[in-house]
Design a binder for this molecule. Structure first.
Ligand code: ATP
Ligand code: MG
Length: 327
């Protein structure tokens, strides 16, 4: 099947604190600017795998915006849906790691160019070229953005397309009321749901809900596939008929930001392209592992060749010499 996926949301530059526990309360050194924004990383990963990828966003008329557009276009993303606004600056994020699992952010998003995106920026003709729409929960920070999402959901679904949703919850954004209201609405249209294990509780009616019960509830609600990301422990796939688990690969963690986005993009693209769910899961795990091995949120996106070479090194795929011996 021809796979063309669209995403809508933040396109930012990210600055990464050089030291662990550096924080933002005292002067320190940062790496960056790096191209970033969860939907943008997702879109970049889809394109690098060779599938159609359209990103709708807004940037300012500045060097950060230009760097992002040039980078996405180089990797094969269709950037015609990115508007350059003259009255706003490109969004930014600062990240500081406390440990590998915990990090703090300062986002300049709702007040930046991407925060001004409205449904009017979503071009119907471009939307008509897509048969899947991916939503990042981190993008649901304003009513304007939620309206834009609604337009894309209605368009893609009315043409028989599908929707995936990664809640991508950032503790810094949980007090935005638009976000929690939109989550419920979007779940009603979600075919592939991609939460992290830590995020599942948020979707349970009672805190402490058993994971399996919650997954069963989502499947009964009409979500076709639930894919749970488990960090170093890999990922799991659930549908009405099947359940698969894939262990994570042992890799050195350089920068975990972007792992979930690369994982999601790889799973969704390959699943839509017809890979068996257990294979899409293995390929997506490899994509997440490759992402955390590189510094910078979008620097670790992979091609199919990168993933297959990684899987051969892990012994998941046979090497050419093994194939010769078998043959
Ligand atoms: P993000 O921080 O990008 O939002 P996430 O919480 O959505 O991440 P994770 O579960 O952290 O998602 O990571 C996605 C995938 O990346 C995992 O399912 C796994 O395949 C891989 N991965 C993440 N962390 C590690 C790790 N420490 N070692 C090996 N693989 C990892
Ligand atoms: Mg995530």
């Amino acid at each position: 099947m021809n796979v063309t996926i669209c995403t809508i949301g933040e396109l930012l530059v990210e600055f990464l604190a050089k030291e662990a526990n550096q924080g933002f309360s005292r002067p320190g050194e940062f790496w960056g600017p790096y191209p970033s924004g969860a939907p943008a990383i997702f879109a970049d990963q889809v394109a690098r795998l060779g599938f159609g990828s359209v990103l709708f966003s807004c940037v300012g008329n500045d060097a950060f915006g230009e760097m992002n557009i040039v980078r996405l276009a180089r990797d094969g993303v269709n950037v015609n849906g990115i508007s350059v606004l003259s009255k706003a600056t490109t969004g930014s994020a600062f990240v500081s790691y406390r440990s590998q699992a915990q990090r703090d952010f300062i986002f300049n998003m709702p007040n930046s160019a991407c925060g001004l995106l409205t449904a009017d920026h979503i071009d119907e003709t471009l939307l008509n070229s897509c048969n899947h729409f991916h939503i990042m929960g981190s993008s649901l920070f304003s009513f304007r953005m939620v309206d834009a999402m609604r337009k894309a959901i209605e368009n893609v679904k009315s043409r028989g397309g599908t929707v995936s949703f990664d809640p991508n919850i950032r503790k810094e954004m949980l007090n935005i009321p638009e976000m929690s209201q939109a989550f419920e609405y979007i779940l009603d249209y979600t075919d592939i749901f991609l939460p992290s294990d830590g995020e599942l509780d948020y979707f349970g009616l009672n805190a402490g809900h058993h994971e399996q019960k919650l997954i069963d509830k989502l499947l009964r609600r009409g979500v076709g596939q639930v894919v749970v990301k488990r960090g170093v422990r890999g990922a799991s796939y659930y549908s009405e008929k099947e359940e698969h688990h894939a262990a994570g690969y042992p890799v050195t963690v350089v920068d975990p930001t972007g792992a979930g986005d690369c994982f999601g993009a790889t799973f969704v693209s390959l699943f839509l392209a017809g890979y068996a769910p257990q294979d899409a899961l293995k390929w997506a795990n490899a994509s997440g592992s490759l992402a955390i091995s590189q510094r910078g949120p979008m620097e670790g996106t992979s091609t199919i060749a990168d993933i297959e070479s990684f899987l051969r090194k892990q012994g998941i795929l046979p090497t050419s010499s093994q194939l010769r011996t078998q043959g």
